[in-house]
Design a protein around this ligand. Structure first.
Ligand SMILES: Cc1ncc(COP(=O)(O)O)c(C=O)c1O
Length: 415
């Protein structure tokens, strides 16, 4: 095998073991797929109807309480949910969308797909979330929407972001792909803003293999979205044969969910509360264990919102040394997402983002999910605290800007 072929092979294999949890290290992510999905999936596959049908409808009904809204549109992935949201916000060629660079590229590629320009706003380097004050500074007459991302599941400053959006009559789109089950001021993520997009991709709290949901504040947007997710056609329109007779007023996409994936989702919903509890309980254990460390610095979380803890991120002095140490301890850790602003596809949007610089220099996520055993938790806690001990001499004082955030609550115990 040629040398570069071999290195591709090994990357591929390491990603597989990282995601399947079948490697020897504690994985950062793991697919949750209970045996009980097999029967409902078999039943749909054997039913003779596998497209969008009764299971999709039922899945949307059962999802509604999780989002505090009945305006649920399931789609075939989270990226599609975000693109549909931007389209419903009437984002088009030449418009500007203010967004965050600290996310998966799937947040920002839908903006480019619609021919709009990304305008970066900076983030709070102690949460990873967009800074609403910088968002307010970046609004221009061309701004059509704001895109925010709840990093790791920790909700953004939604009241402030919604206030900026309302002041300028623009739409707020929440990329809630990390945030299924998160709450903000006692109400679930999904009911706070014009739009919120969720992902049910393989390694999320709830997976349909691939899938997603778009939540719309307005009934009208939801009805328009229902058409646009399937070519602009009303699936319930009158048909005398297979041909649909209704006029297509507006072109749409093929973004709908099908009954096979909806059947998986319906089954997964039975387990997701327990999954979320496990993530939160594990996070609480880490909060306690790491509260007084120095080289490992917890993010600054307020107690008016609750993360789903899809990620447990902290900041660490000398991340390369930390990653090496954790690898030796058999624990998979990662930065998870690369800042988006440095990609060539975003070169027209380049700007100074000191908060992103600060966060990306130190942020790292450790395993926090439902799969961790008591033994895993002990191994992770010991490895992190050992690293902290080894680094103590190298600790510098926190810069004054970070200390100003004294009004923030440092992590509470969420359970
Ligand atoms: C922040 C964020 N946005 C969007 C997406 C896209 O979701 P999907 O993979 O379902 O298209 C992801 C996927 O993991 C994500 O992490």
């Amino acid at each position: 095998m040629a040398e570069n072929e071999q290195s591709h092979q090994s990357v591929d294999e390491s990603v597989k073991s990282l995601l399947s949890g079948q490697g020897k290290d504690i994985p950062l992510f793991k697919v949750f797929m209970p045996e009980s999905v097999m029967e409902p999936v078999r039943a749909v596959l054997a039913s003779g109807y596998i497209g969008e049908g009764p299971r999709v409808e039922q899945f949307e009904k059962e999802l509604a309480p999780w989002f505090g809204s009945e305006n649920v549109l399931t789609v075939n992935n989270g990226t599609a949910a975000l693109q549909l949201a931007l389209r419903l916000a009437n984002v088009g060629f030449g418009d500007e969308v203010i967004s965050t660079a600290m996310t998966c590229s799937a947040t920002n590629e839908p903006i480019l797909a619609l021919g709009a320009k990304i305008v970066w706003a900076d983030i709070d380097p102690w949460t990873g979330n967009i800074d609403y004050k910088d968002v307010a500074r970046k609004v221009t007459p061309k701004t059509k929407a704001i895109m925010c991302v709840h990093w790791g599941g920790y909700p953004c400053d939604l009241d402030e972001l919604n206030a900026v959006a309302a002041e300028h009559n623009i739409k707020l789109v929440e990329d809630a792909c990390h945030a299924f089950g998160s709450t903000y001021r006692d109400r679930p993520i999904g009911c706070h803003s014009d739009f919120a997009g969720f992902s049910f991709q393989a390694i999320k709290h709830l997976t349909t293999v691939d899938g997603g949901a778009l939540l719309c504040k307005s009934k009208d947007d939801c009805e328009r979205g229902r058409l646009l997710r399937w070519y602009g056609i009303d699936r319930k329109c009158k048909r005398t044969d297979l041909r649909c007779e209704a006029d297509i007023k507006e072109w749409g996409y093929k973004f709908h969910m099908n009954d096979v994936t909806a059947a998986i989702g319906l089954e997964q919903l039975k387990y997701v509360a327990a999954t979320l509890k496990k993530h939160r309980d594990n996070a609480a254990r880490f909060d306690d264990a790491f509260a007084n460390l120095a080289a490992v610095k917890l993010l600054h979380y307020r107690n008016d919102r609750l993360s789903s803890y899809w990620l447990y991120t902290f900041r660490v002095n000398d991340r390369p040394a930390f990653m090496k140490h954790m690898k030796q301890a058999g624990v998979t850790v990662s930065q998870v997402h690369a800042r988006n602003d440095l990609h060539s596809m975003c070169k027209e949007s380049r700007t100074e983002l000191p908060g992103v610089d600060e966060f990306t220099a130190e942020q790292v996520s450790i395993p926090v999910g439902w799969w961790l055993t008591e033994e895993d938790l002990t191994r992770i806690i010991n490895a992190v605290t050992e690293f902290d001990k080894s680094q103590r001499l190298a600790i510098k004082e926190l810069p004054p800007a970070s200390k100003e955030k004294g009004q923030r609550f440092v992590r509470q115990n969420p359970s």
